[in-house]
Design a protein around this ligand. Structure first.
Ligand SMILES: Nc1ncnc2c1ncn2[C@@H]1O[C@H](COP(=O)(O)OP(=O)(O)O)[C@@H](O)[C@H]1O
Ligand SMILES: [Mg+2]
Length: 230
């Protein structure tokens, strides 16, 4: 579904990603693990076309994305929830959600199923994004990405700085999306316990490379943890 090969990414003259090879199957939940600064966010940004990627290939359902501008990648079905959420604090929740439609081929009305996943948002549509708690902002950011009905959803550290009860809610949402079966999900995380319960496949990154990968069920969490600590 997503097939990345020999990918390199740069900020200015410094190479951040080196020879990334990565395959994610349709309907799979894959996670990318690794310490701070190993290049996880840069990899998601590369998939979205937000950083310089002079070499390599990113195929989305056989279609080459490398030369496709970010806006069109979103239209092709890549949904992105950035690290730190980046919702608009001055806009209402409803307005924040409408922005999700802008980047989508699905130009209709907001659909009720988003509120089914996040009932708390429905009761707060007129409130400002900035009035929400961190956990609610994360839910809003995920809802905004889902509104465009992406084929693949990229989540960058969805549990970062969020209280445990909301982390559980977010975990449940990901499991519900997985059950529906047609969405592929990539989660960047440092919180191993969280992804052990929801992901099918994992990648561990270090210094801009993938240093370990496999099926979550067949892996030893201790071994994953030790690779993350190098
Ligand atoms: N905008 C930027 N300009 C220059 N260097 C950056 C920028 N963003 C990140 N980096 C560097 O790229 C490396 C990888 O960062 P990042 O992808 O954010 O890592 P992670 O998400 O795994 O914490 C780090 O060394 C970081 O300092
Ligand atoms: Mg990051």
């Amino acid at each position: 579904m997503l097939n990345i090969s020999e990918l390199e990414a740069y900020y200015g003259g410094s190479r951040i990603l080196n020879q990334i090879n990565m395959k994610v199957k349709k309907g799979q939940v894959a996670c990318i693990l690794g310490r701070n600064g190993v290049g996880k966010t840069t990899l998601l940004k590369s998939i979205m076309g937000l950083v310089k990627t002079p070499r390599g290939s990113i195929l989305l359902e056989e279609k080459e994305m490398m030369k496709v501008p970010t806006y069109h990648r979103a239209m092709e079905g890549i949904g992105y929830v950035p690290q730190g959420r980046e919702i608009f604090p001055q806009l209402t929740i409803h307005e924040n959600l409408l922005l999700g439609l802008e980047r989508s081929k699905n130009k209709g009305e907001l659909e009720e199923d988003v509120y089914e996943l996040f009932p708390v948002l429905k009761s707060m549509l007129k409130r400002k994004g900035g009035d929400l708690s961190g956990g609610q902002q994360q839910q809003l950011a995920i809802a905004r990405a889902l509104i465009s009905k992406p084929k693949i959803l990229l989540l960058d550290e969805p549990t970062e700085g969020i209280q445990p009860s909301i982390i559980q809610d977010i975990g449940k949402v990901i499991q519900q999306l997985k059950k529906q079966g047609n969405m592929t999900i990539i989660i960047v995380e440092q919180y191993l316990e969280f992804v052990l319960g929801i992901a099918d496949y994992f990648f561990v990154m270090d210094k801009g490379k993938i240093v370990m990968e496999g099926n979550i069920k067949e892996a030893d969490p201790k071994e994953i943890q030790s690779k993350m600590m190098i």
